[in-house]
Every structure is written in structure tokens, then in C-alpha cells.
Design a protein. Structure first.
Length: 143
């Protein structure tokens, strides 16, 4: 049975995010750094009268910093807290069937920890990711 997925781009790669993980998509304004936090926490931002923790997705994946700082984010709610997961760009929401990752697929460590399956769009495989895996101190939910 198909589920809805948001297609986004991170580090030049298309990714699929199951719609149940997505509270909203937003443009992020000023981010206030928080000393002493994990490297992937860019800081805090005000969003609709609440504070969200902004996650630097490149850092969370163990990738080099982005050449252009991301200003778009997917807001997700995890264990009572709101997180803004930075993405390079957003496309659209569409229904896809989620297939498990096959043992033959080789992913770098950051992507391997985040990947939870594959969806196929017009013959192109797209990695489905678990946003929880990008939040410091949380373990991804099994696909």
C-alpha cells in the first residue's frame, strides 16, 4: 500500500521523507548558536511563537559543510520536541511504495544510519530517510 512521501534534496541527493514525520516545511530565519551542543545542532530558531532546534543535516550525516547555507527546513516532532531539519530544497509530496533496503546497497555511514528504505520514482530509486536518525541522542525507528 502506498504512503505519502515528501521529496527533498540533501547534499545533492534526492531523499524521500514519509509524511507522518513531517509537521510542516518552512523557511528558517535567524539561528542562534548554542554553545556546547553536538556539531549537528546549528542552534535555535523562533518559529510561529515557539523555539525549534535547528539540525545541520550535512553535519549530522558526516558530510562536509554545504557551500550555500540551507534556509529551508522540514519541521518534525520527536519525543515532545520540535526540530527543524535543514534541507537544500524541497520538491513535492507524492504516493510511493516503500521497499526495504537490499543488502547489496552500499551507503556511507551517515546515509546508512538514516536510510530506512527505497522508493522508486519514474525508474529512479530514492533513499527514504528517518528524520529521527539526524537528531542527536535518538535512535532511528525501524522501517
Amino acid at each position: 500500500m502506498s504512503s505519502l512521501f515528501l521529496i527533498a534534496h540533501i547534499a545533492g541527493r534526492a531523499v524521500a521523507i514519509e509524511s507522518g514525520q513531517v509537521e510542516s516545511v518552512v523557511d528558517i530565519g535567524a539561528v542562534v548558536p548554542v554553545p556546547g551542543t553536538d556539531r549537528q545542532v546549528r542552534g535555535l530558531a523562533a518559529l510561529r511563537s515557539r523555539v525549534v532546534t535547528v539540525i545541520d543535516t550535512h553535519a549530522a550525516l558526516g558530510l562536509p559543510p554545504a557551500e550555500i547555507q540551507a534556509t529551508r527546513a522540514v519541521i518534525t516532532h520527536v519525543e515532545g520536541h520540535h526540530y527543524a531539519i535543514l534541507v537544500d530544497s524541497l520538491e513535492d509530496v507524492a504516493p510511493f511504495d516503500l521497499a526495504p533496503l537490499s543488502p547489496g546497497i552500499v551507503l556511507d555511514s551517515g546515509w546508512r544510519a538514516t536510510g530506512c528504505g527505497i522508493v522508486e520514482r519514474e525508474g529512479e530509486p530514492i533513499l527514504a530517510i528517518d528524520l529521527r536518525a539526524l537528531v542527536p541522542g535518538l535512535l532511528p525507528v525501524a522501517a
